[in-house]
Write a protein that binds this ligand. Structure first.
Ligand SMILES: Cc1ncc(COP(=O)(O)O)c(C=O)c1O
Length: 371
């Protein structure tokens, strides 16, 4: 069966049905080692976000580098990663009774820190903590410019931190922020990083004055990875995309093209229309994420940066051949790098790790919402 997910099976290259997600575990390991050692050289911890790979295999690679722990976005990711014995942070606010019940079940067996920005989410978390009889460290989320989640004023942060600190089953542990609005090359990040630092400094001073010191300040991203130490007050970095990289992070100069450890293997299925070749990977394999670094398309041909995926429908990707003399033929295999790797991984049933003689399935256990 072509959907074999058994990691003990080595699948020969010609038995791989496309589209297929290929990972280079050696390169992923090198990416992890580099992130960990660069951050450590600045006295920063790495708590990689597993939303990128959702896979125990990749999480083990990160844990082997000596990271502080892992970050998760869903309770399913938490349940999967808890089996590795890692210290976990839920960087997504749990809200409502259904999440609360699942959180209770989780806390009965494992510790978890939680990032949140509202009284409602603190109530959900505190109730789960009380039911499970386990104290939960709380990181109060601050908006540093992205405008997605996070409190805007120091007064609001202090009030929620105080409430977390006074709870019988919650402890105020520190701050959480995500500078997801910074998506320019490193040399253009200075001004924004200074604004983030100033914002954090004000909040940390207000917390200090209120007798609520922050033990942890958790932040960072892949676009700002190599500049993490310029964010004043930060203690740990949650960059996740950097395990694989993608077209976006290469365009921002965070990684070289040869450091990308993920690609979609496709087959050319039509060249009937001139100026293009159609491959069998569309939005259901590559994803339909806009290219946020300027320029167009939904991905790029590996080793041919001049050839982009001009358009996608669900199972078709249209390669733009107008800027190249390369003319792939029907049946040729072509490898694509997606704009945003995390959403592409989330569309796969399994990853395939390239080895001498074939490909070995890598399960994506944390994908989906249910156990
Ligand atoms: C809350 C949070 N933390 C960390 C990350 C990881 O950042 P990156 O994808 O830039 O590695 C994300 C990414 O979406 C995030 O939403």
């Amino acid at each position: 069966m072509s959907s074999n997910s058994d990691p003990s099976t080595l699948i020969p290259p010609d038995a791989i049905e496309t589209p297929a997600a290929i990972v280079d575990l050696g390169q992923a390991r090198r990416n992890a080692v580099r992130a960990r050692s660069e951050l450590a050289s600045h006295g920063l911890e790495w708590r990689p976000h597993v939303k990128t790979h959702k896979s125990r295999t990749l999480a083990r690679i990160q844990l082997d580098t000596g990271v502080a722990g892992l970050t998760v976005a869903t309770l399913h990711e938490a349940e999967v990663m808890a089996t590795l014995g890692a210290d976990l942070l839920l960087a997504h606010p749990p809200v409502g009774p259904a999440k609360g019940r699942r959180l209770t079940d989780f806390l009965r067996h494992h510790p978890l820190s939680v990032g949140l920005d509202s009284k409602a989410s603190l109530d959900t978390t505190a109730e789960a903590a009380r039911n499970a009889e386990r104290e939960v460290p709380i990181l109060v989320e601050v908006d540093v410019g992205m405008g997605r989640v996070g409190l805007g004023s120091s007064e609001e942060v202090v009030a929620l931190a105080r409430e977390a600190g006074e709870g019988q089953w919650t402890e105020f542990a520190g701050l959480l922020f995500y500078p997801g609005h910074i998506r320019v090359p490193a040399e253009e990040q200075g001004g924004e990083l200074e604004r983030v630092s100033r914002r954090l400094t004000r909040v940390l001073e207000a917390l200090g004055a209120a007798g609520l010191p922050a033990r942890i300040v958790s932040g960072g991203s892949t676009p700002t990875l190599w500049q993490s130490h310029r964010i004043e007050g930060v203690t740990e970095i949650r960059a996740g995309t950097c395990i694989f990289h993608d077209r976006d992070t290469v365009a921002m100069g965070v990684a070289r093209p040869d450091e990308v450890a993920y690609r979609i293997l496709t087959t050319v299925v039509s060249t009937a229309v001139s100026g293009q070749a159609v491959v069998d990977a569309g939005s259901k394999a590559l994803a339909k994420e806009e290219f946020r670094s300027g320029g167009r398309g939904y991905g790029v041909v590996r080793d041919r940066p001049e050839v982009t995926v001009r358009a996608v429908s669900e199972e078709h990707g249209i390669l733009d051949l107008t800027g190249t003399s390369w003319r792939p033929r029907v049946g040729d295999r072509v490898e694509l790098v997606p704009n945003h790797v995390c959403v592409s991984v989330n569309l796969q049933d399994r990853l395939l790790a390239e080895e001498a003689g074939g490909f070995r399935p890598v399960p994506i256990e944390g994908r989906g919402r249910v156990a």
